[in-house]
Design a protein around this ligand. Structure first.
Ligand code: ZN
Length: 322
């Protein structure tokens, strides 16, 4: 299309990130390391630099406010993340590190989720991907755990309910680990549907089929080695039809790429193409009920090559024209 036309049309999608997310220092040998986010952002920049000559629309994430965080979290968690002000790394649990720069990273990660949700619900863009860390889906209302400080996707969902009075917000979580924090935060909130596929047994141990909340939680545990066929079957036959029946007004994605066969922390054995497939399926549902509105958050993914490939596959599908 002519350049004059592309400048008049709103961008289809936007990427939110912030350099502060790189300064969250988990220490030597930690799986959730800054190189993960560098791999994602460099892969996106390189891969999409020359597509149609327009690349991606990069935005710097603002900080989430205290009021926005308090919709999903207790003041005690805000205090431990924001007011501890460590002068060196401290462990919040055996996996979860608070470094001097972690509070700022967590504020920017949650702020990306808020800004992306605002942009999508204001109609500025249809879809957004937040390339941020720390991840969020294990953080409960009051406990930072599993590499997660604030539950950014939950903060975004609570924002959509409160500021925009949405009645049906869906959180789709295809990270290989169960999003225990997201489930716990919304277990009694019928306006939020949480749908997760995840490996079981695996950390954090939650996510059984019987955990149904108030009928708004759908868990699909998969055995180690499940692979592409079982993944696409469970989504195609159960999870996507349930999501479609919910008629979500907004889709939020906990996009972890640790179910990939290369990942060192799990054994679900997905292929890169599975992430393009699930993304296209979610876009179809968003187009049907939600005016196309999708906000996707980076969660896990611990092999750098898999992160590069999967983020390109996921964002490539998100930026495809309807
Ligand atoms: Zn994970």
């Amino acid at each position: 299309m002519p350049a004059s036309m592309s400048t008049l049309m709103p961008a289809l999608m936007r990427i939110y990130t912030h350099p502060a997310c790189l300064a969250h220092d988990t220490g030597p040998g930690h799986a959730e390391r800054p190189q993960r986010l560098i791999a994602v952002t460099e892969a996106l920049q390189q891969h999409f630099a020359d597509v149609n000559g327009d690349g991606l629309d990069w935005h710097e994430a603002p900080r989430a406010t205290r009021g926005q965080l308090l919709r999903a979290h207790h003041a005690s968690l805000l205090a431990s993340v924001l007011e501890t002000r460590p002068t060196e790394r401290i462990m919040l649990d055996p996996d979860t590190v608070l470094s001097p720069a972690s509070a700022e990273a967590a504020l920017r990660a949650a702020g990306a989720a808020i800004a992306a949700t605002d942009a999508v619900l204001a109609g500025e863009i249809r879809r957004a991907f937040c390339a941020v860390r720390p991840p969020g889906h294990h953080a409960t209302a009051d406990v930072a755990m599993g590499f997660c400080l604030f539950n950014s996707v939950a903060v975004a969902a609570a924002h959509a309910l409160e500021k925009y009075a949405l009645m049906r917000v869906a959180i789709i979580d295809f990270d290989v680990h169960h999003g225990n924090g997201t489930q716990a935060i919304f277990a009694s909130e019928p306006r939020v549907m949480y749908i997760s596929s995840h490996q079981m047994p695996l950390y954090p141990g939650t996510g059984a089929v019987e955990e149904r909340g108030v009928g708004n939680i759908i868990n699909a545990p998969l055995p180690p080695g499940a692979g592409s066929r079982q993944f696409q079957e469970i989504w195609g036959e159960q999870l996507l039809p349930a999501l479609d029946a919910f008629r979500p007004q907004l889709l939020l994605i906990s996009a972890g790429f640790d179910a990939h066969w290369r990942d060192p922390l799990a054994q679900l054995q997905l292929a890169t193409e599975d992430y393009a497939w699930i993304t296209r399926e979610l876009i179809a549902i968003a187009d049907g009920h939600a005016h196309g509105r999708i906000v996707s958050m980076l969660e896990g993914g611990y092999d750098l090559d898999a992160l590069r490939e999967c983020s390109v596959a996921h964002v490539g599908a998100l930026r495809a024209a309807p």
